[in-house]
Design a protein around this ligand. Structure first.
Ligand SMILES: Cc1cc2nc3c(=O)[nH]c(=O)nc-3n(C[C@H](O)[C@H](O)[C@H](O)COP(=O)(O)OP(=O)(O)OC[C@H]3O[C@@H](n4cnc5c(N)ncnc54)[C@H](O)[C@@H]3O)c2cc1C
Length: 459
């Protein structure tokens, strides 16, 4: 009998409630699609699990046959994965449980859930998760990689807000790990990415947000130097942990998904979220508001509004990006950034941002996981759309050009979530943390069954 890809996996299919798809099946392209449309994932098969039991079956099946498993929830960070062709791409996007306990300020989600599904109901109760700039990003990958958002300077990384993780480890067992059970493994998954098992559910704290003053100041792109220097001066002068700000330049594409006032336009923008009242928030932002922006959207907002502040795309787009953590920033850092991405630079990047770090991100909280903190002044992220005449290499070159320009202020570490290329995972951790993560990977996944986007392994 001719063994086609479909018949090759018919035994696995017979053991699952979910679906096994190969390139012979309808739905193959949709099942392997990534958020960044420049990536073309071609695994041996895609397994769309319907339950934690399906994950157990798939892990046991793969382990018996020497196949690897690449866990994925939404495909927002698929770019760095290497060697998918001999692997099962295990998609958890059907695991959509969402339970919010308002009194306990706590959430439980299936590992396919995106931030919007928690942020909206939590917001109605005056609570917020430690979600990031995009409502569309999957909670699982974001949380396993650290996770920084608008409340990060006050409450730290999302990985350290996790209270329990349910995952299927390489021995095919479904485990619930937390601060009291398998504490080493629980430490490792909180920052160590998808290297230790397939997560089926996550539980984490929500934070009371009775008052949020947030918004954006839009200035002409040409005022980038004046505005970003003033912003850097304000940030470096010391702001309370309750406020997180972003300084950025946008050159937005003329796409219908954007509101008309933004479509095809360029701006210099400062965005901020302040956990406090309008009077104090306006006082903090005054030095920038007094520069006379064209548009000022600041006001009191519901927590869920933070998911729209950065205007991140919520539909798959072709893009290329580069990130760097910046430390010891001076006004020369702003000049270097604008030399690569500001007016007159020739940059066509859609967004180049500096996110303010510090506050809780600079402190090691007791009981933290492998990603205990994210020291540095700013997280830089530069991204461009791979559209029209621009090739991926051109756009990537421009984004890396911004990173290169900031090399003199490199913090000495990278941030896993902001890396969309394959990089040595040692760059995400200090040497002791990497050594411990490496040892725990050997203990829990000795045959390297799991293929994470950023692998903890000997290079
Ligand atoms: C538009 C946009 C905005 C963003 N904003 C922010 C931000 O504000 N702050 C921030 O910190 N990051 C941000 N990110 C980065 C984001 O956190 C990463 O892309 C993250 O990996 C996405 O997780 P995911 O589960 O959606 O992606 P996926 O591509 O599905 O997963 C990424 C990796 O996570 C692991 N993983 C996923 N699911 C599982 C599972 N079930 N079991 C085990 N491992 C799993 C795997 O290693 C996988 O390769 C943003 C990304 C985008 C595209």
């Amino acid at each position: 009998m001719l063994i086609t890809q479909s018949t090759r996996f018919s035994e696995l299919q017979s053991r699952l409630h979910g679906q096994v798809l190969t390139d012979a099946d309808e739905g193959w392209d949709a099942a392997r699609q990534t958020f960044n449309l420049t990536h073309d994932q071609r695994p041996a098969a895609v397994v769309r699990v319907a339950s934690a039991d399906d994950v157990v079956e798939t892990v046991r099946y793969a382990a018996q046959r020497g196949l690897r498993i690449a866990p994925q929830s939404t495909g927002h960070n698929a770019g760095p994965i290497q060697g998918l062709e001999d692997s099962l791409l295990l998609r958890t996007d059907s695991l959509q449980e969402v339970r919010i306990d308002v009194a306990a300020r706590h959430a439980r989600v299936g590992s396919g859930v995106r931030w919007a599904a928690v942020a909206d109901p939590a917001s109605e109760a005056g609570l917020a998760p430690l979600s990031g700039s995009s409502r569309d990003v999957g909670i699982t990958g974001y949380s396993l990689g650290g996770g920084i958002g608008w409340l990060a300077r006050k409450h730290g990384l999302q990985s350290n807000a996790l209270t329990a993780v349910e995952l299927v480890t390489a021995d095919g067992e479904l485990r619930r790990i937390d601060h009291d059970n398998e504490i080493d493994l629980f430490w490792a998954v909180r920052g160590g990415g998808g290297n230790f098992g397939v997560v089926t559910a996550l539980e984490f704290d929500l934070f009371p947000t009775p008052e949020i003053y947030a918004g954006a100041l839009f200035f002409p792109y040409e005022r980038a130097s004046e505005v970003l220097h003033a912003w850097h001066e304000l940030v470096s002068g010391g702001l309370p942990d309750e406020i997180t700000t972003v300084g950025r330049v946008y050159q937005l594409p003329p796409i219908p998904e954007l509101p008309e006032f933004l479509r095809g336009k360029s701006f210099t923008v400062v965005q901020a979220a302040y956990l406090g009242n309008e009077r104090d928030g306006a006082d903090l932002m005054r030095p920038l508001a007094e520069l006379g922006p064209d548009i000022n959207t600041f006001g009191m907002v519901e927590p869920a509004a933070l998911g729209y502040l950065a205007m991140d795309p919520d539909q798959p787009v072709p893009s290329a990006s580069s990130g760097r953590i910046v430390a010891g920033a001076t006004s020369a850092t702003i000049d270097a950034l604008l030399g690569a991405a500001g007016p007159g630079s020739g940059s066509g990047l859609a967004s180049v941002e500096l996110r303010s770090l510090g506050g809780a991100l600079a402190r090691r909280s007791p009981g933290a996981g492998a990603h205990a903190m994210l020291p540095g002044d700013y997280a830089m992220f530069a991204v461009g759309g791979v559209m029209g005449p621009h090739s991926r290499e051109q756009v990537l070159g421009q984004a890396e050009g911004v990173s290169d320009a900031l090399a003199p202020w490199d913090a000495g570490s990278r941030f896993l979530n902001f890396e969309e290329q394959s990089v040595d995972a040692r760059l995400f951790y200090d040497a002791d943390t990497f050594r411990l993560l490496r040892a725990l990977r050997s203990e829990w996944d000795p045959s390297e069954l799991f293929l994470a986007n950023h692998e903890i392994k000997d290079s």
